[in-house]
Write a protein that binds this ligand. Structure first.
Ligand SMILES: C[S@@+](CC[C@H](N)C(=O)[O-])C[C@H]1O[C@@H](n2cnc3c(N)ncnc32)[C@H](O)[C@@H]1O
Length: 345
């Protein structure tokens, strides 16, 4: 999102007014995303992994209506998901490859996450606009994480999305863990980041701390030599954080929470630390001004689904200053993500 396309279109004589194509693309994009959700939900990309098939064959395999599936697939052939080969045969195109299970960079689980409960929240966006509170809670009668606690399949999918994020390895590489001994990953999900750090640094041990569902999933999935250096602890960071670390991680945690809860989490982490200990905050930092930035769409997800907010590094700095930390430095990462290092004072 580097430029505003509406400003780059000149109105043609007798043609549509400037910005109308851009606006139409914006207005129809939820439909395209839901079509992608549908093919992800029925594993269509996985079923095309070995080569092209007809929409009739795929409909028979999935129980979908043949004509409906054909119309969905031909639409998505205009968006780089499939390639229509004629006679209702389709192959995977580049974006479609990333809807397959298990391929590096797969976004299949994101398609499911964005397409299900979170999508319903957008239907009640006016509630968030009027109240500043998440539409999700209004629809489901509970917070997003409480909902996941009650829906193991949704929780498993969410943890897969988080654990599979391509941004995990750069964090593990961007900080010098040499002088430290024990890393506590607070809200660390099923441990992808912690495992990646412990694998690179054999002298380190670690503690993974998250809600019981994530820790249960981690217990099932973690193995190998790193497992012996990694203890697992279930609990809520709104109540406490495990003691004993000299480095604490909060990766993509604080943006899920409003300022009051984010400060409470930071205070609990600070209470578990000794002075001089390091806190690494990994987040998508927004610019302080109103310039275009992809993180702003995730800020709306925080508003509508979670009740959190994306922040600038200065805003994180202000939260750190009021909770017993001193910001030390900021390291830019991929995909508009960054690492903010702070010292417990
Ligand atoms: C957006 S995910 C980030 C996961 C991981 N740190 C990462 O970067 O991939 C937020 C994490 O916070 C956890 N979480 C939410 N509420 C929590 C709570 N009250 N106590 C502990 N963990 C919580 C979720 O289970 C989830 O793993």
């Amino acid at each position: 999102m580097t430029e505003n396309p509406s400003q780059t279109q000149a109105p043609g004589p007798g043609g549509p007014p400037a910005g109308s194509e851009n606006l139409l693309r914006i207005l129809t994009s939820p439909w395209v995303a839901q079509a992608v959700y549908t093919v992800a939900r029925f594993d269509i990309a996985d079923r095309l992994a070995d080569g092209p098939r007809t929409s009739e064959e795929l409909a028979e395999a999935t129980g979908l209506d043949p004509d409906a599936l054909y119309r969905i697939m031909r639409t998505l052939s205009s968006f780089g998901v499939f390639r229509g080969l004629g006679d209702r045969r389709f192959a995977l195109d580049t974006a479609g490859q990333l809807l397959r299970d298990g391929v590096p960079g797969t976004q299949k689980y994101s398609a499911l996450l964005f397409g299900e409960e979170t999508f319903r929240s957008w239907g009640e966006v006016l509630h968030s606009a009027r109240t500043g509170r998440p539409a999700f809670d209004e629809i489901y009668g509970k917070t997003f994480y409480d909902y996941l606690s009650d829906h193991p399949a949704g929780s498993e999918n969410f943890n897969r999305v988080m654990g599979g994020a391509a941004i995990v390895p750069p964090v593990a590489e961007s900080f010098d863990f040499g002088p430290y001994k024990h890393v506590v990953d607070v809200g660390g999900g099923t441990g992808a980041l912690l495992v990646s750090i412990l694998s690179r640094h054999p002298h380190l041990s670690g503690t993974l701390f998250d809600l019981p569902e994530a820790i249960t999933q981690a217990e099932q999935e973690l193995d190998g030599p790193v497992r012996e250096r990694c203890s697992l602890a279930a609990g809520s960071f709104l109540d406490r954080a495990p003691a004993g670390g000299d480095v604490y991680l909060l990766s993509r945690v604080l943006h899920n929470w409003g300022d009051g809860d984010a400060a409470a989490i930071l205070r609990n982490v600070r209470a578990a630390m000794s002075p001089g200990g390091r806190l690494l905050i990994f987040e998508r930092f927004l610019p302080d001004d109103d310039s275009p930035h992809m993180g702003k769409i995730f800020d709306l997800v925080m508003l509508v689904v979670l009740g959190g907010r994306e922040r600038s590094s200065n805003e994180y700095g202000a939260l750190l200053a009021e909770t017993g930390f001193r910001p030390v430095r900021e390291i830019e990462g991929p995909r508009n993500m960054g690492l903010l290092e702070a010292e417990a004072i």
